[in-house]
Design a protein around this ligand. Structure first.
Ligand code: ATP
Ligand code: MG
Length: 322
């Protein structure tokens, strides 16, 4: 069963279309990922689906409820973790959670019980009495997720849940997302980390410049590249600069991609004979140190489907990450 169905959803800011007639559905119980570079329209989509931004045109339904007429009933069933925190600096962790609970009309005993349960689940018990403004970035993100769960939503929206936080917190958050999902919460997340989408999501949509360019289950997406063989060569830095054009002219059916000063990848669906390739590099005065087959990953699919360079996805918006 689909918990969320979206048809031709569009968002315009003046003459600029940030989201262009996108359609997709999210099945109950899955982790669905929106993967795209900066400015692709991920946050704009989430904001429309959480009732934080008006829908310009198109339609959407959550658990059968129409966004145009049933927004309050929809909001009771969803939780949102925005890309920037929506909690109060002056309140402590426990108070922030209780305050969020009160917005959903929960009684005092229930609020406090849920707040304590979530502080424990997110390993924030020791920070419960600390003002939010003194939390680390990772702790802030965890409390923001806890706050979004206070009313036990069926569908949780997470906008870049691990961007700008330390590696250990990011890992903990990914594992919490998996646990929440295993316990029955449907998850819609956005990310520009391809690896994160690959690790967490059952189905993924690639969004670029406001359009969904491809979507499917991880298995379906991987089929795009399953026929490819990718060979990675480690070469000496010294020697001639390689020309992908010359390479392609010499080996039609093969493409050459540079992945760094010493690394190139060769992609083909044809059978590979190593010797002429090595000979080609040596003719360019590039010594061959290593050649190995690369297992296809979602990165390959992304490059193939979007035509974007991987570097585009690795640009940070600030914060650290390893
Ligand atoms: N309030 C606004 N007014 C005008 N343009 C906007 C507004 N909000 C977003 N945009 C534009 O809409 C496009 C999509 O922005 P959005 O924030 O949805 O991208 P995103 O995929 O979330 O990117 P990021 O990875 O940087 O968070 C961008 O070109 C952005 O500049
Ligand atoms: Mg965003």
């Amino acid at each position: 069963m689909n918990i969320l169905e979206v048809h031709d959803l569009t968002k315009k800011y003046g003459n600029f279309s940030a989201v262009k007639s996108i359609s997709f559905s999210v099945a109950e119980g899955e982790v669905f990922g929106f993967l795209g570079p900066n400015g692709a329209g991920k946050t704009t989509t989430i904001n429309m689906l959480c009732g934080l931004a008006a829908i310009t045109s198109g339609s959407a339904r959550l658990a059968g409820l129409d966004y145009h007429s049933r927004l309050p009933a929809i909001k009771a069933q969803i939780g949102i973790v925005p890309d920037e925190s929506n909690l109060y600096d002056e309140l402590n962790g426990f108070e922030n959670l209780c305050f969020c609970a009160s917005l959903y009309g929960m009684g005092r005993r229930e609020r406090e019980k849920e707040a304590r349960r979530l502080l424990k689940l997110f390993e924030l018990e020791e920070a419960a009495q600390k003002p939010y403004k003194h939390y680390s970035k990772g702790m802030k993100r965890k409390l923001t997720i806890a706050a979004a769960l206070i009313h036990r939503p069926r569908l949780l929206f997470l906008d870049e849940p691990t961007t700008g936080i330390d590696v250990a917190s990011a890992r903990q958050i990914r594992s919490l997302i998996r646990e929440l999902n295993a316990a029955g919460t449907t998850v819609f997340l956005t990310t520009h980390y391809i690896e994160e989408a690959e690790r967490l999501c059952h189905r993924i949509a690639f969004i670029v410049e406001g359009r969904i360019v491809r979507s499917g289950s991880l298995e379906e997406l991987m089929e795009t590249v399953q026929r490819d063989t990718v060979l990675q060569f480690t070469l000496s830095r010294a020697g001639a600069r390689l020309s992908p054009g010359d390479f392609h002219a010499r080996f039609p059916g093969f493409t050459l991609e540079e992945h760094g000063p010493e690394t190139v990848r060769i992609r083909t669906t044809e059978e590979i004979n190593l010797y002429p390739l090595v000979e080609f590099f040596e003719q360019q005065q590039r010594k061959v140190y290593e050649a190995r087959v690369i297992r296809p990953s979602l990165e390959e699919v992304f490059v193939r489907v979007t035509g974007l360079e991987l570097e585009k996805m690795k640009q940070e918006k600030g914060g650290c990450r390893g």
